[in-house]
Write a new protein. Structure first.
Length: 332
């Protein structure tokens, strides 16, 4: 494994990636945690998802070009709303022949709407997609704020795609051709991006060619099976949706009931997921089938939540299976 004997602190302390180092796990100061002093080999033994070392290799290579980190809000906009500070897109282009002719991938790590796990679900996964011949932009989105966070995240999506559109020649991409891939909370966001009132149509942007949700949360209705009478839960609902969850499920936030605008979608998850019930993916996949939208649902026997790029698990190779499936739909 690349950098197996390097500590996380040594790697994140490298000045080449200083701009993004604090967002390895956004909103967590890893320098204050034991993880900082662990080698990547030790982190792997602790079952951190993915080949983290491969992610660092790819990130360092991109950073050497000096053209890889793109803030999505101006200093003035960040002064108006501090939650926008650090929201960015990281560009990891593929060196494979033909990548310019393929759709690019907007990659959205998870983190429970309180973190963004670039360390496991961003950089290493992008490295795999790069090897498969796809340019990747990793979105680090807002996870601060007390109200309507999901609406703000949709604005983050729009900002990233407009940045890419405005610099299409520089990035060597067709801005009308892209796929989305998101994990857990990020999986919810890439799915919400496909709904009529919250996503691409509401921003006047093109529809993704495909959507790849990985162990996603998609149905707030499933949360209604649990008690929602605590003040903390109500505050959480306001933070995410801007309203109580019982109101949110009547809107686009209940994604399976607003699936008519989805692109072809491939879901990847594990049956033993202890954090996000696999029924989330099953319900949305059934909704897509109802609308005759091509859908692939792969549920591995184990691996739990957070398998990231799937290395060393039953989900190994899911990135290749995902893009080969999307390619088969168009004959690319």
């Amino acid at each position: 494994m690349a950098f197996e004997n390097k500590t996380l602190g040594e790697l994140l302390g490298d000045p080449r990636i200083g701009k993004i180092a604090a967002d390895a796990i956004r909103m967590r100061d890893l320098s204050r945690e034991d993880l900082w002093h662990k080698t990547l080999g030790q982190l792997k033994e602790m079952h951190f998802g993915g080949e983290i070392g491969d992610g660092f290799v790819r990130l360092f290579a991109a950073a050497e070009t000096g053209d890889w980190y793109f803030p999505l809000y101006s200093e003035k906009e960040c002064a108006e709303d501090g939650a926008r500070k650090g929201v960015n897109a990281v560009w990891l282009p593929s060196a494979e022949a033909g990548a310019d002719r393929k759709p690019f991938i907007l990659l959205v790590p998870g983190g429970g709407f309180v973190n963004v796990w670039n360390l496991t679900e961003g950089w290493p996964v992008a490295a795999q997609f790069n090897r498969l011949g796809y340019h990747v932009f990793i979105l680090t989105y807002q996870v601060e704020g007390e109200e309507r966070l999901l609406d703000k995240n949709m604005e983050d999506f729009a900002r990233a795609l407009r940045l890419i559109r405005d610099s299409r020649e520089h990035f060597h991409v067709d801005p009308d051709r892209y796929m989305t891939c998101g994990f857990s909370a990020g999986g919810y966001l890439v799915c919400l991006w496909n709904t009529p009132g919250k996503g691409y149509a509401a921003f006047g942007l093109p529809k993704p060619e495909a959507c790849i949700p990985v162990y996603p949360f998609v149905s707030p209705k499933l949360e209604l099976t649990r008690e929602q009478d605590g003040e903390e839960d109500e505050n959480w609902d306001i933070r995410l949706y801007g309203c109580p969850v019982r109101e949110a499920v009547k809107q686009d936030f209940e994604i399976p009931e607003h699936a008519e605008g989805f692109p072809p979608s491939a879901f990847f998850l594990a049956a033993g997921d202890e954090l996000v019930n696999p029924d989330h993916s099953r319900i949305l996949a059934a909704a897509l089938e109802k609308h005759s939208i091509p859908c692939r649902l792969e549920i591995g026997p184990d691996g739990g939540h957070g398998f990231a790029d799937g290395s060393g698990m039953c989900m190994a190779g899911w990135t290749e299976r995902a893009v080969r499936w999307t390619e088969s739909l168009s004959g690319r």
